[in-house]
Write a protein that binds this ligand. Structure first.
Ligand code: NCD
Length: 304
């Protein structure tokens, strides 16, 4: 197989801590309110095979803030609906002049396939249950705006971890920096390999144990159809795992509450917690823009 084009960002797993810090430092230098034409004349192709609000909008705004042109291709309404293969779609978009491709796809490995066949950098905007590296980077960026270091950070991740590419990328990232991560959710929502996935990773039975003493809490979306695959009814999930103010009080006083979105208020999180002063949910979205500016600039060799 060919190698992925230089500048591609396919996942966090194979990045080292130095590379992650380099991207986060670059993101700190990006300001969407002071656009810089670093990518003037470049074409950023956004190829989305799955719904997206914040990821798509922030990539588009990031690209435009750097002076690039953007084209959005959605699976519905494109030749993908007519049965065109993933690679043929990639070759087509390369042929019209794409300089970098941002792709979200329901299948793990789709960005890697593109990156090994096209001679342009590919950025993974979420692939199946595999990785969502740009979300993990913006979450690390957000944590570091509130906490001095990731080393020793106590992070609780609550919800459907098994199906979450955000959780997977976040666990890879935080464990590279020596964070202590506790996972909590119904057994069907926990990764089978959790104990071997990374050092410093624990599972707790109750959300209270997971949250107690934590510096940061990441709540994940729960899809009702996936809940149907567990032994729990909706009300049972809510009473056992929902992030409530009473549970949040068990965390450190300065703990932050995170959620990659979309949030389902009243299910995995209460309205009160989502809107409380400790919630950084909106800030995560906001930070997605400078972080994706850095990722696009890096992809196109404009990182220095
Ligand atoms: C997530 C995703 O699509 O993986 N959202 C996001 O990109 N911020 C999480 C989810 O859909 O639950």
């Amino acid at each position: 197989m060919n190698k992925a084009a230089r500048g591609s960002l396919l996942g966090i797993e194979h990045l080292d801590a130095k590379e992650i810090l380099r991207l986060l430092t670059l993101a700190r230098r990006m300001n969407p309110l002071k656009p810089r034409p670093l990518l003037r004349g470049k074409r950023v192709l956004l190829l989305f095979y799955e719904p997206s609000t914040r990821t798509r909008a922030s990539f588009e705004i990031a690209a435009k803030s750097l002076g690039a042109m953007t084209t959005l291709v959605l699976s519905s309404g494109s030749s993908i609906e007519k049965g065109e293969s993933l690679l043929d779609t990639g070759y087509t978009l390369r042929a019209v002049g794409a300089d970098v491709m941002v792709i979200r796809h329901p299948h793990a490995g789709a960005p890697l396939l593109m990156a090994t066949h096209l001679d342009i950098p590919v950025v993974n905007a979420g692939d199946g249950m595999h990785e969502h590296p740009t979300q993990a980077l913006l979450d690390a960026y957000t944590i570091l705006r509130h906490k001095k270091t990731l080393k020793g950070l106590q992070m609780a991740i609550v919800g459907d971890i098994y199906h979450s590419r955000v959780a997977r990328s976040t666990i890879h990232l935080l464990s590279k920096f020596g964070a202590r991560i506790t996972l909590c959710g119904p057994p069907e929502f926990l990764p089978e390999v959790a104990t071997t996935l990374a050092p410093g990773l624990h599972i707790t039975r109750t959300v209270e144990e997971a949250v107690r003493g934590s510096d940061a809490i990441m709540v994940l979306r729960v899809q009702k159809e996936r809940l149907a695959g567990t032994k729990l009814r909706l009300q049972e999930y809510i009473s056992r795992y929902q992030m409530t103010m009473a549970r949040l009080k068990l965390a450190r006083r300065d703990a932050i509450v995170m959620h990659p979105g979309p949030i389902i208020r009243g299910l995995e999180i209460t309205w009160e917690v989502a809107d409380c002063p400790q919630s950084v949910i909106v800030e995560e979205v906001h930070n997605g823009v400078p972080v994706r500016m850095a990722i696009l600039a890096n992809a196109l060799g404009k990182a220095s």
